[in-house]
Design a protein around this ligand. Structure first.
Ligand code: PHB
Length: 262
């Protein structure tokens, strides 16, 4: 037992006595942070990560020393700026976001509702940017937050123009409802994806919240592959024509900007 513990400590990929690797434990620790839970004690982290208190305190301490987590004056732990820096500077999402920002600002100024950019990641829509004016309505999206593919307008675009395997995996369910309008029946979702491909954009009226409608268009690379979804969140019964024209224009602009930098 003692030997195993030493081996575990010495080798970053060796297993702990409970059988999970150091990497798995680190990931579990980092995943206890969420958009709404940004500061926690080491004890809370340990409990949420399913780790013994001693391991949790040691791992948290090592991550604080490395700058990946930070300990505030209140002794609570937060995600460190070093982790943000490492994750942000090398990610392909950064290039996309930088190309998209001027066009997103234009959409936001004209439509005056939440404007957001999402990419496909691990079968979710992952939001890499969101711009909101002071008088924009309800919106559950967060930067670095996720929404299910079947329930959001961005997700429907990424799904409809994604590959077949992805579609079959998502259609196999479970298709969890987020509101009364979320498509939870695979046949209904199949029809919706056909509609998105035919129209070239996705409308998701009340799929997330009764009060709002998501509207999204694809952003493509030079091979025609959809690499992102650009969307606005409108009040439920708002007209969509004007926003749609702005979204398409912005998507073409982002595509040109991405191409020009290659
Ligand atoms: C959508 O993209 O469909 C969407 C996103 C966030 C909301 C509502 C709708 O709050």
């Amino acid at each position: 037992m003692a030997l195993r513990a030493i081996a575990w400590h010495a080798d970053g990929v060796a297993n702990s006595p409970s059988g999970d690797s150091v990497t798995e434990r680190l990931v579990r620790v980092l995943e206890t942070f969420t958009p709404t839970r940004t500061a926690q004690t080491a004890t809370e982290i340990g409990r949420r990560a399913g780790l013994p208190a001693s391991s949790a305190h040691r791992i948290v301490g090592e991550l604080v020393d490395a700058g990946l987590l930070e300990r505030g004056e209140d002794r609570r732990i937060r995600v460190g700026m070093r982790l943000w820096e490492l994750a942000t500077r090398s990610s392909h999402a950064l290039r996309l976001r930088q190309a998209a920002l001027p066009f997103m600002e234009h959409v936001q100024a004209r439509v005056r509702e939440h404007t957001q950019l999402a990419i496909l990641d691990q079968d979710d829509a992952l939001f890499v940017e969101r711009l909101s004016g002071p008088d924009a309505g309800a919106n559950v999206t967060r930067v670095a937050g996720r929404l299910p593919l079947h329930a959001s307008s961005s997700g429907l675009v990424l799904l409809a123009f994604g590959d077949r395997e992805l579609q079959e995996r998502v259609l196999a369910g479970p298709l969890k409802p987020l509101s009364r309008a979320t498509p939870t029946d695979p046949q209904a979702l199949r029809r919706k994806l056909d509609e998105v491909r035919t129209l070239g954009h996705a409308l998701a009226p009340g799929y997330i919240e009764d009060v709002s409608t998501g509207l999204a268009v694809p952003v493509r690379d030079e091979t025609g592959r959809t690499v992102a979804a650009l969307s606005v969140v409108l009040p439920r019964d708002a007209q969509t024509e004007f926003a749609l024209v702005e979204l398409y224009r912005a998507a073409r602009g982002i595509e040109r900007a991405m191409g020009a930098r290659r």
